[in-house]
Write a protein of this length. Structure first.
Length: 179
């Protein structure tokens, strides 16, 4: 993966999260541990917020979790992107892109290449609001996530997640970037 498209997609995710600040917050939870270049555990009882919706390129879904590490003060942004998934789809071993940002430290890590991470979506159902869906699943990364523009890597534990996401994508959030 080239660095420029990766940063453009990451920037689009961050902008989309800020643009949705006035909308209902994604309700969800991510339980995961990282080790290697830094160690952190995310999940209850630490604070988490999330934003979920279509990927910036319109292909599939992405969920961005902002968390404070349990027992620490690291602010960590974890982005789960599921290319190709459509509303209501469940399945096993679906492709998954994982990006981890240690906010305020300038440290970015990513699964730089297809097939390094997969996800099992066990539930993905309409949540009563127009275009809001509740999903839950488990994921895993077969390889470490590599640091972007620096040396290092992190190992990602198997993880569980849930989220209430909006599948609606306002036209101004669409960004086309070649992977």
């Amino acid at each position: 993966m080239h660095l420029v498209p990766f940063i453009a997609v990451l920037f689009a995710c961050l902008i989309a999260s800020e643009a949705r600040a006035g909308e209902p917050e994604c309700i969800g939870e991510l339980q995961v541990s990282f080790s290697g270049a830094f160690d952190a555990r995310l999940g209850p009882p630490a604070r988490q917020s999330c934003d979920g919706g279509p990927r910036p390129d319109g292909d599939g879904l992405r969920i961005a979790y902002r968390s404070v590490a349990i027992g620490g003060d690291d602010q960590i942004l974890t982005i789960l992107a599921i290319p190709g998934i459509v509303r209501g789809q469940t399945g096993t071993d679906l492709p998954l892109n994982v990006t981890v940002v240690r906010e305020g430290k300038g440290e970015f890590f990513g699964a730089r290449g297809p097939g390094r991470c997969t996800v099992d979506i066990a539930a993905h159902e309409a949540a009563g609001e127009p275009d809001f869906w509740r999903l839950a699943g488990q994921g895993r990364c077969q390889d470490e996530l590599e640091a972007i523009a620096r040396e290092g890597q992190i190992r990602v534990s198997d993880f569980e997640f849930s989220a209430l996401v909006s599948w609606e994508m306002p036209d101004e959030e669409v960004l086309r970037v070649d992977p």
